[in-house]
Every structure is written in structure tokens, then in C-alpha cells.
Design a protein around this ligand. Sequence first.
Ligand SMILES: NC(=O)c1ccc[n+]([C@@H]2O[C@H](COP(=O)([O-])OP(=O)(O)OC[C@H]3O[C@@H](n4cnc5c(N)ncnc54)[C@H](OP(=O)(O)O)[C@@H]3O)[C@@H](O)[C@H]2O)c1
Length: 355
Amino acid sequence: MPATREVWRIARAGSLGRLRRETEPVGEPGPGEARVRVEAIGLNFADVFACLGLYSATPAGPFVPGLECAGVVEAAGPPRPGGAPAPAIGERVMALTRFGGYASRLTVDARLLRPLPDGWSFAEGAAWPVQALTAWWALFRLGELAPGELVLVHSAAGGVGLQALGLVDAAGARAIATVGRPEKRDLLVAGGLAPERVIVRDRRRFAAQLDGAIAAAGADGLDLVLDAVLGPFFRPAFDRLRPEGRHVVFGAADFMTHGTRPDPLRLALRWLRRPRVDPLAMISENRALLAFNLIWLWSEADRLPAAFAELERLGGLARPPHVGARLPFARAPEALRLLQSGETTGKVVLEVGKG
Ligand SMILES: NC(=O)c1ccc[n+]([C@@H]2O[C@H](COP(=O)([O-])OP(=O)(O)OC[C@H]3O[C@@H](n4cnc5c(N)ncnc54)[C@H](OP(=O)(O)O)[C@@H]3O)[C@@H](O)[C@H]2O)c1
């Protein structure tokens, strides 16, 4: 009997309400591929944007969302000529995938697998690759973070944010954190961040809030900003960059809407008010603006081992990531709405075979 799998598929991007659970056959892995029995799936904010049709990398037709998971290798094709040996059957792995992750079984390019660290649960493994790579790329590949520098980390209690705080600490730099809700402040303070360095963002007072936190850090400005929020929070941070400061943009959470479908009026208003910068002023002020989307890296699989090795060297695997919510696979739409709400901390994970 051919193996089957369960997936969550959306017929067409545009509404979270279109997600449907389906059962289908799953094929044997080809050369250089492995099939993973998925135990846990990591949710990303990008999954919500993809389902709403607000993510440019989203496939045009029906698609299965999901960029990462963890599980056990249950079948492997022959290695590619000159390629790495096939993974061992039974190996516990973390996997990256360019969409297709909301599945109970998954066939992937074996180069996108990485062994699950000893002692980590599958949920922790599913919570790590995308957010750790994102934080590393922003802080070090583009941000060139140096010891002693002051970094603003937005959404610091979230998946990428917590990874970033750990790496900032390991690099001997200092962070000012922002969160959207007062409850999230406690998590960060319990994690060792001084209360005066945690800002509960206020759209109208953000500049003053930032001045207070920078002064409390004994600094005269920011060296680096990690910004996946934009909206009214971009300008005050950009304006407080010290000479040689870097502002790294990798998301636009302020565009998120809260229904199952996008709200066109709200989106249009936010689009019209989106931040703009003057490149000429950037020269004289000696500030840099950088941006990235990591999704293309999944197609550059040969570059991933070096990226992971560098991330590990910088302390990225020092401790397992914080999983803030675990829901059974059957409740994927609810898990997405939870992530969309902005209320979550750490990673939201779906667990296969539970519930
Ligand atoms: N470019 C890339 O390659 C890349 C890769 C991964 C992630 N990202 C981006 O990085 C950010 C973090 O991703 P994540 O997966 O780790 O998610 P997350 O931070 O765990 O969750 C998203 C957070 O966004 C914040 N937020 C701000 N405005 C919001 C709004 N209007 N509605 C809902 N939430 C809002 C909320 O935290 P607070 O309210 O506490 O700020 C929310 O918890 C996202 O913007 C994502 O798109 C980019």
C-alpha cells in the first residue's frame, strides 16, 4: 500500500477560511531527497501573510503553507552524484521547505535537513531554523553587529525576536526591546532584560519611549535596528541611528489585518503612509537601510551548511527556542489565527499525531 499523508491546503490565497484538510498519497523520495515523518511544524508570520495573499513569494494556485518542521527520516533516495551521503533512516531532523510544511509527511531535498540537537523536542526543532536564520541574517550578515553596540529589537518576545535577543547577548552587544502588549514585557524581564530597556510600543509616543530607553542605556543613539514592523515605528528608530548605524527591514507586521480576509481600506491607508527615505540624506547622515527576504535561500541549499555552522558558532544552538503555544495538527487554522492576533510569545507549533 502506498504511504499517505495529511496536509492543510488552501485553494487560493486570500482568506484563512479557505484552508482545508486533505489526505493524499505520498511518493518515494528521488535522488538527493528524503521523506520525513513529521512530528511538529513551526508556524511563521509569513504563513499568515501567504494565506491572506499578502506575501509576494506565495504560489499562484493551490498550495500547502509551511516553511519548516521536525521529524524522523523514514525513506531516502540515492545520493546525488558527488553529493553528500543520504541521511540515515530513523534520524531525528529539522527541515526547511519552501511551502508544503503543513503536512504529516514531507519529501524534501536532503540538503535542507539538519540533525535535531540532542535533548531537543520535535517542537523545539520545528521552532528553530527559520527564526534563527532570520535573526542571524539580520544581526550579522547585514547588520554587522559588533560587541558593545546598542540594538533595537522589535517584537522581541516573538519567534525571531527571542532568537535575536539571545544572539545579541552572545555577541556582547546590548538590546532595547519592543513589544506590543504589557504582558509580554514580563517574559523579557524574567529572561534578564532590564525593565527600562523594554518598550511597550505606543503608536503616538514611540519617539519619546525610544529616547527614554536609549538614555537608560547610557547611549546617544542606536547602532542597529531590526525592524519587521514598519508603520509609525520606522521613522523614530531610523532617525535615532548613530553615524554608521544600520536599519535592517525584513517584515511589515503593521500591515497585518485581524479578520480572515485582508481589509482593503486599512491596507490602502497603511500603504499610503508607508515610510519613505531620502538616499541623499542617508549619505550625509551616514546611515544605512538594508532589507532581505530569506525565502530564496531555500533554493540555494549548498549555502545552508555554512550558514548553520556560523549560526552555531555564534551561539545559535546554545539553548532550545521558546515554544509559546502547541496545538494539534487538526487545529492549524486556529493556530494561524492565534499567531495573526499578535498575542503569542515565542513560537507557535503544530504537533502531528496529538489531539
Ligand atoms: N524577511 C524574512 O526573511 C523573514 C523571515 C522570518 C520572519 N520575518 C518577519 O519577522 C517578523 C517576526 O516573525 P515571526 O514568525 O517570528 O513572528 P512573531 O514575532 O512570533 O509574531 C509576529 C509579531 O508581530 C507583532 N506585530 C506587530 N504589529 C502587528 C499587527 N498589526 N498584528 C499582529 N502582530 C503584530 C506582534 O508582536 P508585538 O506586538 O509584541 O510586536 C506579533 O507577536 C514578522 O514580521 C515576519 O514577517 C521575515
